[in-house]
Design a protein around this ligand. Structure first.
Ligand SMILES: Nc1ncnc2c1ncn2[C@@H]1O[C@H](COP(=O)(O)OP(=O)(O)OP(=O)(O)O)[C@@H](O)[C@H]1O
Length: 405
């Protein structure tokens, strides 16, 4: 199933799909059903109720926001343990495209942008190799829990992400525009940060990349067969149909605070099922083996679990989709505007850590807690605004499956 958000990015996702991807899939004999999302949470509701045995993979042609919906829809199901094993794919159609840029980077290919990145991801989809993807379980003060595959941000990064949404029509350059605007009114945020360093908890063992092909046998003619040893028994049930269901009037504001997290479902069935063993409850103190940052004034806190924060922001050069790590960055108050701008410009080449900036700290962690003291601010999870307040998170290594290179 390929889900396309027609309003993502510059509003050209559907044209990009038909112009670049459709022919590739046809040539590779990959059959699919195309679903055009009609409103916010459409994809989430769809996967929550779908008969997943009908699908070998769920593919998103959009920005990262739609994948966030799909993952949370899967995790809200009673059969979430099985549902989250459904291979997920991404085709970049947004303006950020962090996961698409990351999986391209994991394949050790030279950087690609725009249509070139789209073709690269389309090619990976045709090959259909499936690897593991870490998910991060995020707890909000209202006791809601959600699942994140990309990032948790507070301060400068969250502000730029949300404030620059109005420049989405210009594509990836929106982040640079947003950065310049936010630099002009640079803010400092008071809060408390604590984390569990990765060295305190060895990574649990798990299977690594599995070379299974979720879609079609006929790829053997185009790609080396040793890459696709297993063919899903489900393939014969798929038909080559295209379900174009466009409702241009149902545009909703993507920067709305996420409100429908179905807390009962989560606290009743999911919280009891998937245990976040590293996290005490939010009203308890963090355990002694956690590091508490003796700093209260932050310009930004960014927890990221993929290599890219956007197509041209190579934030964690060493990251992998299933490294079992939360890469935690924070920038403390006192950094000058030019120094902060230099950091983000250097991030394009992944050289920001070599800048020697004394205000930038980078730690590999397994869990973290952030407690804002400043009354006003924004927290984002995978680029979506969540309720502002205390928040904590822990990584679950390799919980989901991702079509990658
Ligand atoms: N037809 C639709 N109309 C309005 N909103 C939609 C529609 N389909 C999906 N959405 C919502 O749009 C939001 C943003 O989608 P997504 O992040 O995928 O694209 P984007 O915001 O353009 O990407 P980027 O963040 O990279 O700019 C998602 O929360 C999704 O729920």
């Amino acid at each position: 199933m390929i889900l396309v958000n027609p309003h993502s990015g510059r509003g050209q996702a559907l044209q990009l799909f038909t112009g670049h991807i459709q022919a590739m899939l046809t040539e590779a004999s990959v059959s699919y059903t195309l679903v055009i999302t009609e409103h916010q949470n459409h994809a989430r509701e769809l996967v929550r109720n779908a008969d997943l045995s009908q699908w070998d993979a769920l593919v998103i042609m959009s920005g990262d926001g739609l994948l966030f919906e799909v993952i949370n829809g899967l995790m809200e199901r009673e059969d979430w343990q099985q549902a989250i094993q459904t291979p997920l794919g991404i085709l970049p159609g947004g303006s950020g495209n962090a996961l698409a840029a990351s999986i391209h980077n994991y394949s050790q290919l030279p950087p690609a942008w725009n249509e070139e990145l789209l073709l690269s991801c389309g090619f990976m989809l045709c090959k259909g190799l499936v690897g593991s993807l870490d998910l991060v379980s995020v707890h909000l003060a209202s006791r809601q829990r959600l699942f994140s595959f990309l990032s948790l941000a507070w301060g400068f990064v969250a502000d730029v992400d949300i404030e620059s949404e109005k420049y989405r029509h210009v594509g990836a350059i929106r982040f640079l525009m947003g950065t310049l605007v936010r630099l002009a009114s640079l803010r400092v945020y008071q809060g408390r940060l604590a984390y569990l360093p990765a060295k305190e908890v060895p990574k649990p063992s798990k299977k690594n990349v599995k070379a299974t092909h979720p879609m079609s046998t006929s790829l053997c003619s185009s790609f080396p067969c040793h890459l696709i040893p297993n063919v899903s028994p489900k393939q014969s049930s798929l038909t080559n149909c295209t379900d174009m269901n466009i409702n241009q009037n149902s545009i909703t504001n993507s920067s709305n605070v996420i409100t429908n997290m179905r807390p009962e479902t989560q606290s009743n069935s999911m919280t009891t099922s998937l245990v976040d063993s590293l996290l005490p409850s939010l009203d308890q103190q963090v355990p002694e083996n956690w590091t508490v940052v003796n700093e209260e004034d932050f310009v930004l806190v960014l927890a990221i679990y993929q290599s890219h924060l956007a197509e041209d922001l190579w934030t964690v050069p060493g990251a992998m989709a299933d490294d079992g790590l939360i890469h935690l960055f924070y920038v403390t108050a006192g950094i000058s505007r030019p120094a902060l701008l230099r950091l983000f410009l250097a991030m394009e080449k992944g050289s920001h850590l070599a800048c020697g900036c004394p205000h930038l700290v980078y730690e590999k962690v397994r869990a973290l807690r952030l407690e804002p003291i400043s009354q006003q601010g924004m927290i984002t999870v995978d680029g979506e605004v969540v309720e502002y307040g205390p928040i904590q998170a822990q990584v679950h290594p390799g919980m989901a499956k991702l079509i990658c290179g």
